[in-house]
Design a protein around this ligand. Structure first.
Ligand SMILES: *[C@@H]1O[C@H](CO)[C@@H](O)[C@H](O)[C@H]1NC(C)=O
Ligand SMILES: *[C@@H]1O[C@H](CO)[C@@H](O)[C@H](O)[C@H]1NC(C)=O
Ligand SMILES: *[C@@H]1O[C@H](CO)[C@@H](O)[C@H](O)[C@H]1NC(C)=O
Ligand SMILES: *[C@@H]1O[C@H](CO)[C@@H](O)[C@H](O)[C@H]1NC(C)=O
Ligand SMILES: *[C@@H]1O[C@H](CO)[C@@H](O)[C@H](O)[C@H]1NC(C)=O
Ligand SMILES: *[C@@H]1O[C@H](CO)[C@@H](O)[C@H](O)[C@H]1NC(C)=O
Ligand SMILES: *[C@@H]1O[C@H](CO)[C@@H](O)[C@H](O)[C@H]1NC(C)=O
Length: 308
């Protein structure tokens, strides 16, 4: 480990590290609304009983696990640190930026491959009931990392993913990473307490409905242009590049020092970005898991899902 990696670990440990856990749960609940019946039943056999078959309930596990001694190795899998210079220049180079030991792109690739084998195992009746932890973990990581990779500050190396970039939000001193993890989603939903970790919240039901009704300035079927889980590195790299792009187009170009991001227009302007990124994460996750379960039989067209 280079000193840089040690620094990243130390600073992040002391602060936040991903979409807030409840936002991860909600992305999972949104994804569940796109599952085919067979996807739900196969994945329910992979998860340990405490999740009652719900990918949404399981989608936050990876953050807690990364903070245990046993799971420490997976800590850096939650992001990819670019070596670009936001906001002037944004660029993500998977081969160069993915740290030794893994990053969010390689982790999605690795765990998707493991999950693919797990699904075959469950389908052939080798096991069920969440008894294979390699498989349960693979599903929980995939559900979590497809969320993380859509958070713009999980695809940028500046200021340790924004963790050391101090800002004020609604009179509270915080840092830019936390603003994107939680403050802006709560602002977008106009709530003052966390979302449920048991069931989908109305704000996220609203996003699902907007996906189905094609109510984004970018058509949701285009989000699936790369959604083939047999090419996980290629797709995850593309998704990470989209996130990284926002760091130049908004996250660092609009932030102003000495101003309150909650009231100076920054949060309001960030709402459509957060809604888009969360919606992409959920629609891609649902599709990714459907394709893993259905394999070559997957033939669902966008029209079946979207009210086009
Ligand atoms: C568990 O899932 C089943 C089927 O989806 C549902 O009927 C039941 O209410 C759930 N139980 C809990 C405790 O959430
Ligand atoms: C792939 O996943 C396995 C099981 O979780 C882990 O032991 C291994 O280190 C991972 N490899 C990479 C390159 O991420
Ligand atoms: C768990 O599933 C993996 C992937 O299919 C397989 O390699 C492994 O042998 C299984 N472990 C057990 C204990 O069944
Ligand atoms: C704003 O603050 C950040 C972090 O505190 C610092 O890196 C940056 O240089 C400052 N920008 C300006 C324009 O002062
Ligand atoms: C911030 O503090 C000021 C002064 O105490 C107060 O007037 C304002 O309502 C507060 N704003 C928020 C968003 O809490
Ligand atoms: C936000 O919620 C508060 C009550 O919690 C309500 O008074 C206000 O009208 C809401 N704002 C919007 C824009 O919906
Ligand atoms: C779910 O949320 C409740 C209430 O906020 C909390 O007590 C509980 O620990 C959460 N469960 C998990 C698994 O995070």
């Amino acid at each position: 480990m280079s000193p840089r990696h040690l620094l990243v670990g130390a600073v992040l440990l002391a602060s936040s590290m991903a979409w807030n856990t409840d936002v991860h749960n909600q992305i999972g609940f949104m994804a569940e609304t796109f599952f085919l019946p067979e996807t739900s039943s196969v994945l329910a056999k992979i998860l340990e009983p405490q999740y009652n078959g719900s990918v949404g309930r399981a989608a936050a596990w990876a953050d807690a696990y990364a903070h245990t001694d046993e799971g420490r190795f997976s800590y850096q899998w939650h992001w990819i640190d670019t070596h670009d210079h936001a906001p002037e220049h944004c660029y993500l180079d998977y081969a160069h930026d993915c740290a030794k030991g893994g990053c969010v792109v390689s982790a999605i690739a690795n765990q998707t491959g493991i999950l693919h084998e797990c699904i075959s195992g469950v389908k052939s009746g080798s096991w069920s009931g969440g008894t294979n932890l390699t498989c349960s973990y693979a599903l929980k990581w995939v559900a979590h990392f497809l969320g993380d990779i859509h958070q713009p500050l999980h695809a940028n190396g500046r200021a340790v993913g924004g963790n050391t970039y101090k800002v004020t939000f609604g009179n509270v001193s915080t840092q830019l990473h936390a603003v994107w993890d939680g403050y802006i989603p709560y602002f977008a939903a106009n709530v003052s307490k966390p979302f449920s970790n048991q069931s989908i919240d109305p704000f996220f039901t609203g996003l699902v409905s907007r996906i189905r009704k094609n109510q984004f300035y970018e058509a949701p079927y285009m989000w699936l242009a790369c959604s083939d889980p047999s090419k996980p590195e290629e797709c995850a790299t593309r998704w990470a590049k989209e996130s990284n792009r926002w760091d130049c187009d908004y996250v660092y170009s609009r932030v102003r020092n000495g101003s309150d991001l909650g009231t100076d227009g920054y949060a309001t302007g960030a709402v459509p970005i957060v809604e888009l990124q969360i919606s992409k994460a959920a629609f891609r996750l649902g599709t990714w898991l459907n394709k893993l379960v259905e394999g070559n039989r997957y033939s669902r067209e966008a029209q079946d899902i979207l009210e086009l």
